[in-house]
Design a protein. Structure first.
Length: 326
């Protein structure tokens, strides 16, 4: 009997302290939220009473709220461009708040699996009250959800609080993917060497990047690929108006730089666009090629005419020097 009791005790302890392994069949933590920094990774828009969108996706759980939310003036937050991974066995959608939870809301997802392309209702509390400070629900229909739509109809006296929106999708992400890299305060803490902003701009050696990547220094790369909207082969088309060399000379004398090229002052002020400048440089090379072809034709013509003149002159000289026949 003592052995049986001891065995049962050991078994109960193992059950109480044993670890439950995470799979896509049981709810996992917020670290698998694919909506981290959704405002810079996807397209997020809102209609109705507004809320601070970046704060709903930064993992901070800070509280934000919308005022004036009613069934006739709801707030809708639409997230588009989500990664096209099937939800397989499990995925969960929801929201959290520290205060003023929504009492009426609806969550929908746009399913593109097998070209279904339909909006599916994930949760619908638009006609029944909800009273908890957070909400989570498993995706009812497995699919590929490229969009999510959260609609909030009512809260406490028209006020609805939100801390975070989430889409727990183990198939589509690794833990904390999308959270650390774009977050503003993570890189700023190391000084001005590397800075990221909530707008998605990154600066190296610069505090306030204005573009997706601003670098105050030298970039060393094995290869750089630049996309461009056009190419300069239009120079070779018959309708292209090739400037004459006289026009080129006049422009240089008056302006001090080539036609269709930026001036020194413009470059020093604004820099150059590598893609645009390569197109312009090739344009000038192609124009030079046309000038050389034309000059070569004239040189060949002169050589032919010169050879003809030399031949005629030789015949003339021979006729002069030949003795008269009596």
């Amino acid at each position: 009997m003592k052995k049986i009791i001891l065995l049962l005790s050991i078994t109960i302890c193992q059950l109480l302290t044993g670890q439950v392994l995470t799979t896509n069949r049981n709810p996992v933590g917020m670290e698998h939220n694919i909506l981290f920094n959704a405002v810079t990774r996807y397209t997020v828009t809102q209609e109705g009473p507004a809320i601070t969108l970046p704060g709903l996706f930064d993992g901070s759980m800070n509280a934000y709220y919308m005022a004036g939310v009613t069934p006739t003036t709801p707030t809708t937050i639409l997230i588009e461009g989500l990664p096209g991974y099937h939800t397989q066995a499990g995925a969960w959608v929801g929201w959290t708040t520290r205060y003023l939870p929504a009492s009426r809301f609806k969550i929908e997802g746009y399913d593109t699996y097998n070209s279904a392309n339909v909006w599916r209702v994930i949760a619908d509390y638009s006609a029944v009250d909800y009273v908890n400070p957070s909400f989570s629900v498993a995706i009812p229909v497995a699919g590929v959800y490229s969009k999510l739509k959260f609609t909030f109809y009512n809260g406490q006296n028209g006020n609805v609080g939100l801390s975070e929106l989430y889409f727990i999708h183990p198939e589509a992400t690794s833990p904390y993917s999308g959270l650390l890299v774009p977050a503003a305060n993570n890189w700023k803490s190391v000084g001005v060497d590397l800075v990221a902003t909530n707008s998605g701009n990154v600066g190296i050696g610069i505090n306030t990047p204005k573009n997706k990547l601003d670098v105050n220094g030298t970039i060393h790369s094995r290869e750089v690929k630049v996309d461009t909207q056009n190419w300069s082969d239009y120079v070779f088309k018959k309708e292209y108006d090739l400037p004459t060399l006289e026009e080129v000379e006049k422009h240089i004398n008056e302006k001090g730089y080539l036609i269709d090229m930026p001036s020194e002052a413009e470059v020093l002020k604004d820099g150059i666009n590598l893609g645009e400048m390569n197109v312009k440089l090739l344009q000038k090379i192609e124009e030079l090629t046309l000038y050389m072809i034309e000059i070569n034709k004239k040189v060949n013509e002169l050589q032919v005419n010169n050879a003809k003149l030399m031949k005629e002159n030789k015949i003339f000289q021979n006729n002069i020097s030949a003795p008269e026949t009596k």
